[in-house]
Ligand binder design. Structure first.
Ligand SMILES: Nc1nc2c(ncn2[C@@H]2O[C@H](COP(=O)(O)OP(=O)(O)O)[C@@H](O)[C@H]2O)c(=O)[nH]1
Ligand SMILES: [Mg+2]
Length: 206
């Protein structure tokens, strides 16, 4: 366990009033494409809902689950008139039929390709085993499509400080050779990296 005194800065005003807007299963349901949007993506069970809740200081804004693969919609949250965050479906959950998985993956790609208001993607990976094959595919795809991407290495509380640093070092090898990429460690359990994640979001959404 990483034991740290994570005395966090106050919650930035922009992140203080998230309102669930809608869950979309098709593109026609997406809200108007103006202002700034930051999307969250990652393998199912990586800790995405927990991270969103922690960053916004809410208990149940995004649904957390011990049963992965349940969030099938693209969920939009309003932060202000002109700023939103978006919870994309978790990818790569083996128990979901391949056809359904491919549909979700197409929906994610469709969103990332066509969303004008998208200012950046937060891509979550488990700090204990980052860069799985699917993660690498996503990273390569973001790189190719010049999507500004922040790699959030989740559940850092499950690693020793040393192991966590090693994990970040490994990921930074990719970050350093890619324009518009960054990375950090994060734990929604002990709030490690919370201030860093919040300032990134307020920067991007400003
Ligand atoms: N130890 C630890 N567990 C976490 C953390 N974040 C999420 N979890 C657990 O991982 C599981 C999946 O979390 P969830 O946020 O629902 O993942 P999602 O499928 O990516 O949205 C849940 O059992 C969470 O309690 C974390 O930072 N530390
Ligand atoms: Mg989730």
């Amino acid at each position: 366990m990483v034991t740290k005194n994570n005395s966090n800065a106050p919650l930035p005003a922009l992140l203080a009033n998230p309102i669930f807007l809608l869950g979309a299963t098709k593109r026609s349901q997406w809200p108007g494409d103006s202002g700034n949007e930051v999307a969250f993506a990652g393998r199912s069970n990586v800790g995405k809902s927990s991270a969103i809740n922690c960053i916004m200081n809410r208990r149940k804004l995004a649904r957390t689950s011990k049963t992965p693969g349940r969030t099938q919609q693209i969920n939009f949250f309003d932060l202000s008139d002109s700023a939103r965050i978006v919870d994309l479906p978790g990818y790569g959950f083996a128990k979901v039929p391949l056809k359904v998985r491919q549909q979700w993956e197409l929906a994610i790609i469709d969103y990332l390709t066509n969303r004008e208001s998208l200012v950046g993607l937060v891509l979550l990976m488990d700090s204990r085993h980052p860069l799985t094959e699917l993660d690498q595919q996503m990273i390569a795809w973001c790189k190719k499509n010049a999507i500004r991407t922040h790699l959030l290495l989740t559940k850092s509380d499950k690693l020793s400080r040393n192991k966590a640093a090693q994990s970040l070092f490994k990921v930074n090898a990719i970050v350093n050779e890619t324009e518009n990429f960054s990375a950090q460690l994060f734990s929604s359990l002990n709030r490690d990296g919370l201030d860093e994640a919040r300032s990134l979001l307020t920067d991007w959404l400003a």
